[in-house]
Design a protein around this ligand. Structure first.
Ligand SMILES: Cc1cc2nc3c(=O)[nH]c(=O)nc-3n(C[C@H](O)[C@H](O)[C@H](O)COP(=O)(O)O)c2cc1C
Ligand code: SF4
Ligand code: SF4
Length: 213
């Protein structure tokens, strides 16, 4: 069953499984969307309405989230699709819980040779990271996140000064101005910090993390 992205994908995936689907393919393109060529004032899309559906790189994060959510509740296999343009992208969808990966937009943009190229890149990724086979990474993130509970209170992250390279990404990105550089090392003001975790996502060297429970 081919699935469109949806905020409540778990409920839909469970209903589709209960109705007898053998497998899920997720996600379809997202839309309708629209873009306008400001030189002409006309839509970019050649369709009569001017609408189009978003696909490719722009929807990869949406695909990963949908696959991850569905994989946690259904038993049938999931074919992941959405924004795959490299072997690392394919690995991401597999880690989210897909058993196989499909590619549409990248082949439209660059031609059918992308399939072999991406399969080769996935193979290289597995080899360079010590994985024996694709099955080793299927659902890896689901397993790793299984015991992570959701907090309802703010916890400031901590900086590992030995890892911090003083790039300042976290300082620029913190919406609460709760980080400053002190002698080229990030320092978090735990009173100002809202615990949003944005700085953790922005650090290029994994120098920031939430304290271990
Ligand atoms: C031009 C185009 C036509 C598509 N037609 C269909 C279709 O007929 N049926 C379908 O299930 N999905 C269709 N899709 C969605 C793709 O199969 C895929 O689910 C989506 O584009 C996300 O993958 P991608 O980022 O690799 O393109 C189409 C996508 C594109 C770009
Ligand atoms: S967790 Fe959020 S508020 Fe706290 S320091 Fe990081 S970016 Fe700023
Ligand atoms: S983003 Fe990471 S490396 Fe850069 S200053 Fe902040 S903690 Fe240090």
């Amino acid at each position: 069953m081919k699935m469109s992205p949806h905020p409540n994908i778990q409920e839909i995936a469970l209903a589709v499984e209960a109705a007898g689907a053998d497998a899920l393919v997720m996600i379809n393109s997202f839309g309708p969307c629209m873009g306008i060529d400001v030189e002409t004032g006309l839509p970019h899309m050649g369709s009569q309405t001017g609408y189009g559906w978003l696909s490719g790189r722009a929807i990869k994060a949406l695909a990963v989230r949908c696959i991850f959510d569905a994989a946690r509740v259904v038993k049938i296999p999931i074919f992941g699709v959405g924004g795959v343009a490299s072997g690392r992208d394919a690995a991401e969808l597999l880690m989210a819980g897909a058993s196989a990966v499909q590619i549409c937009t990248e082949a439209i943009l660059k031609g059918p040779s992308v399939y072999g190229k991406i399969a080769g890149e996935l193979n290289d990724f597995l080899d360079s990271h010590g994985y024996a086979a694709v099955r080793d990474i299927i659902g890896l993130t689901v397993r790793k996140m299984r015991d992570r509970s959701v907090r309802t209170f703010a916890v400031p992250p901590v900086v590992d000064p030995a890892r911090c390279i003083g790039c300042g990404n976290c300082v620029r990105s913190c919406p609460y101005q709760a980080i400053r550089l002190q002698e080229k090392v990030a320092v978090i003001d735990s009173v100002e910090c809202f615990g949003c975790g944005l700085c953790i996502s922005r650090c290029p060297v994994q120098a920031i993390g939430f304290p271990k429970a």
